[in-house]
Design a binder for this molecule. Structure first.
Ligand SMILES: CC(C)(COP(=O)(O)OP(=O)(O)OC[C@H]1O[C@@H](n2cnc3c(N)ncnc32)[C@H](O)[C@@H]1OP(=O)(O)O)[C@@H](O)C(=O)NCCC(=O)NCCS
Length: 202
């Protein structure tokens, strides 16, 4: 079985990142509801009829995946208002032998453009290298998704190439760009995350 990690909250200066709970259902649904036009463009699971049953399935599966070490989904919450759902961020291992993994995220549309994805991804990149001991961490970003590419650029991921027609979203094949960071590159990036104010401490 893959390794699991602590289910405690992780913090950034503005955010709490924590595993999902069943009682997050309504706050998650509210965040998705107002964000579907944007989410639908890039994420295969998002569609106009996304509702309670799918969200409940997600919450259940998320708990199982964490316990079994398959994937670690974090609810992103503002520290002063932990009942308010800002979005999701996940990290999961893609190869145990090579110690590689991937990060994915979305932010509710009325909270975008304020650096939340960058701050949350900085923290989860730390989880990937410091807690999961990964050697290589990737982001896969659909061509045209400039906001997400900016997140990768700001965090210092390296643009490695193009994955043609890698994902099917609402009947259309989307190309992905591949971005990666290696474990020996991370310590310098981490220093820059502290300087930028995306991480607390040290
Ligand atoms: C992509 C997404 C996660 C970004 O979240 P966010 O919290 O707004 O991200 P940040 O504020 O940390 O950074 C966004 C950056 O993109 C820039 N940006 C936003 N829209 C842009 C656009 N259309 N063109 C160019 N840059 C854009 C912002 O100005 C910011 O860059 P800056 O700090 O240099 O000004 C969010 O828009 C989202 O959830 N989109 C839908 C789902 C999705 O695409 N998920 C990612 C799949 S890989």
């Amino acid at each position: 079985m893959a390794r699991t990690i602590s289910s405690r909250s992780r913090f950034t200066p503005r955010l709490e990142l924590r595993p999902f709970r069943r009682r997050d259902l309504l706050s998650v649904l509210a965040a998705i509801d107002g964000s579907l036009p944007e989410l639908e463009q890039w994420l295969p699971w998002a569609h106009p009829a996304y509702g309670r049953a799918e969200a409940m399935r997600f919450l259940r599966e998320s708990g199982n995946a964490w316990t079994e070490g398959r994937a670690f989904d974090f609810a992103i919450r503002p520290r002063p208002d932990p009942g308010y759902h800002l979005g999701n961020i996940s990290v999961w291992q893609t190869s145990q032998r090579e110690r590689s993994g991937e990060i994915g995220y979305w932010i509710r549309s009325d909270a975008t453009g304020t650096g939340i994805a960058t701050e949350a991804t900085a923290r989860v990149t730390d989880v990937a290298f410091s807690e999961l001991s990964l050697h290589r961490v990737t982001l896969r970003i659909a061509v045209g998704n400039r906001a997400s590419e900016r997140v990768a650029e700001k965090l210092g991921f390296t643009h490695e190439g193009l994955l043609r027609e890698e994902v099917l979203v609402r009947g259309t094949w989307l190309d992905h760009t591949l971005w990666a960071m290696l474990e020996d590159e991370y310590p310098r990036r981490r220093d820059s995350y502290f300087e930028a104010g995306w991480l607390e401490g040290p």
